[in-house]
Write a protein that binds this ligand. Structure first.
Ligand code: G3P
Length: 217
C-alpha cells in the first residue's frame, strides 16, 4: 500500500519524505487554509520535494470552471493530480481533464456507486472518506471493501485511495482490504511506529545494559 500524506504542512511532509515514507501528498481547501499559505506557492514547494502524485483540489462547482482551474493547477508541476469532488460536474471535469493526460483524484466519495462512476469517468484515484462515514455510524471500511470488489470484478485501473483516515487501525484495515493507497495525517503515520511492548522491552534492555557498565561508542 502506498502512503500519501494528507497535509499542506511542508515541514511535516519533509520529515516523512526524508524517511522514504511519502509516495505522494493530498491537499484540500481546508488543509490549504490550515497551512496559511498561498495554494499555488505551497503546492509548487510540495511538488518540488515529492516525486509522487500531489493532489491539488479545484474549488469551482461548475464543470467548465473546474476544468479551467484544473488546467491551471496542472501547470504547477508534472506530478500534480487534479482533485475534483464527486458531483456530476466533477465527473464531467474528470472525464475532460483525464482525456487531456492529467492524473485525476475524485474526492468526497461516500458510496460504491459513486466510485463506479468515477472509474468510468477516467479517475486515476478514487478517495472514499472512511472517517467521515465512521462519524455517522457507518463502517467506512465496508465501503473500501465494496469498491475493491467492484474494481477487481471489472479490472478498473482506478486506484483506491483510502482517505479521511483518523487512526492507525484505519491504516491496518485499509492495507488488509487491499486499498492501493492510504492518505493519512503525518501524526497517524508516525504513530504506526508505536507499540507499548516495544517501549517496555526497550526500557528493560536499557536497564540491563546500564548494569553491564559497557559502552559501544
Ligand atoms: O483525505 C481527506 C481528509 O483530508 C479529510 O479528513 O479527517 O477531515 O475527514 P477528515
Amino acid at each position: 500500500m502506498k502512503f500519501f500524506v494528507d497535509t499542506a504542512d511542508v515541514a511535516a511532509i519533509a520529515e516523512l519524505n526524508d524517511l522514504g515514507m511519502v509516495d505522494g501528498v493530498t491537499t484540500n481547501p481546508s488543509l490549504i487554509m490550515k497551512s496559511g499559505r498561498d495554494i499555488l506557492e505551497v503546492t509548487k514547494e510540495i511538488c518540488d520535494m515529492v516525486s509522487g502524485p500531489v493532489s491539488a483540489e479545484v474549488v469551482a462547482t461548475e464543470a467548465d470552471d473546474m476544468i479551467a482551474e484544473g488546467r491551471k493547477l496542472a501547470k504547477i508541476a508534472d506530478n500534480i493530480t487534479i482533485k475534483v469532488p464527486l458531483t456530476w460536474d466533477g465527473l464531467k471535469a474528470c472525464k475532460v481533464l483525464s482525456e487531456e493526460g492529467n492524473m485525476l483524484n475524485v474526492t468526497l466519495c461516500f458510496s460504491a456507486n459513486q466510485a463506479l462512476l468515477a472509474a468510468k469517468a477516467g479517475a486515476t484515484f478514487i478517495s472514499p472518506f472512511i472517517g467521515r462515514l465512521d462519524d455517522i455510524n457507518i463502517d467506512g471500511m465496508d465501503l473500501i471493501a465494496d469498491i475493491r470488489t467492484i474494481y477487481d470484478n471489472y479490472d478498473f485501473r482506478t486506484e483506491i485511495l483510502a482517505a479521511s483516515i483518523r487512526s492507525v487501525n484505519h491504516m491496518t484495515q485499509a492495507a488488509l482490504i487491499g486499498a492501493d493507497v492510504a492518505t493519512a495525517p503525518p501524526n497517524v503515520i508516525k504513530q504506526m511506529a508505536n507499540h507499548v511492548l516495544t517501549d517496555k522491552g526497550l526500557d528493560a534492555f536499557m536497564k540491563d545494559w546500564a548494569k553491564t557498565g559497557q559502552k559501544i561508542l
